[in-house]
Design a protein around this ligand. Structure first.
Ligand code: SF4
Ligand code: SF4
Length: 289
């Protein structure tokens, strides 16, 4: 490997810091009121960590900030479908999250915040270190849009928040915060799929939340940009892509000056590995051609 490829992976380092900070952010209120992680209790007093008694409390699905409820927009959509009612307060509660990811880039949530992606990147790293080969099965990357739609339809039919019944993000939160192993089956099933069926298939093609944020992706004001004159077509960026190698195709063949696909996670992994600095990540007008 050339020295050029050994540059500091600054986006990967930055993402690890943000991903860990997010976990700490949601654990901090519980620790502050005397609860340890994984369900352990460090204080003898009875715990009282209701949303009304703490300035911040909750999870990535639903939290309370200074008494204001903030909802994950996909959870809000499921609530609307399941209850078959529309309460404007749900929309208001989802608006801050919708605005942040809508303006930055939808799947920045997947690349920078989601703890499932953190765990699965770790799993992929271990797989690589062990030299385990995954027999790749083609799964269309846009399947996650249909999965998201299917979850909403099923929520309407069953009257239940269907994704929340097996949401692996909640499973990790509950495991780390409360020691609950109820969601471990979901996490294990995803791990088996990724190890033995198709690499990174959950984030790439199946996660309904990823599908929801892919639909928002075109609105984002940040993109990976390409300097065609510097590209040597070494292919390292496609190989490293956390979303799907094919999302770089238009930028690589000169059709586009940036990665326009809505499912780009803005993870910066392609920028980190590019030996010629042909790729950069920064502000760009929404709705790319
Ligand atoms: S953008 Fe960089 S990493 Fe990707 S093919 Fe071109 S030179 Fe290689
Ligand atoms: S194109 Fe680059 S920034 Fe986008 S998901 Fe792939 S590796 Fe990450």
């Amino acid at each position: 490997m050339s020295n050029q490829t050994r540059k500091v992976p600054k986006f990967t380092i930055a993402r690890r810091i943000v991903q860990i900070c997010v976990l700490v952010l949601f654990a901090a209120p519980l620790i502050a009121v005397g609860s340890g992680l994984f369900g352990a209790t460090s204080g003898a007093e009875e715990l009282d960590f209701t949303a009304s008694t703490l300035p911040f409390f909750g999870s990535l699905s639903s939290s309370t900030v200074a008494g204001v409820v903030v909802l994950d927009p996909f959870a809000a959509l499921q609530t609307i479908c399941a209850s078959k009612t529309f309460d404007v307060s749900w929309l208001i509660a989802a608006l801050p999250v919708l605005l942040v990811y809508g303006l930055v880039r939808g799947r920045a949530f997947c690349g920078w915040v989601c703890p499932v992606n953190l765990v699965l990147e770790g799993l992929d790293w271990v797989r690589g270190k062990l030299g385990l080969k995954v027999a790749e099965h083609a799964v269309p990357r846009h399947a996650k849009l249909l999965v998201a739609l299917g979850i909403l339809v099923l929520s309407a039919v069953t009257g239940r928040l269907v994704f929340e019944m097996f949401n692996p993000i909640s499973a990790i939160n509950k495991l780390v915060l409360f020691g609950s192993v109820a969601g471990v089956v979901t996490l294990a099933a995803i791990a088996v799929l990724e190890l033995f069926w198709a690499r990174r298939v959950w984030c790439r093609a199946l996660c309904p939340l990823g599908g929801f944020y892919e639909a928002l992706g075109q609105l984002g004001c940040f993109s990976v940009k390409m300097d065609h004159s510097a590209c040597t077509h070494c292919g390292l960026c496609s190989k490293a892509c956390l979303a799907d190698p094919e999302i770089l195709d238009d930028a690589l063949d000169g059709t586009s000056g940036r990665v326009a696909a809505g499912d780009c996670m803005l993870c910066g992994k392609c920028v980190d590995v590019c030996p010629t600095q042909a790729l950069s990540l920064g502000p760009a007008a929404p709705f790319p051609k």
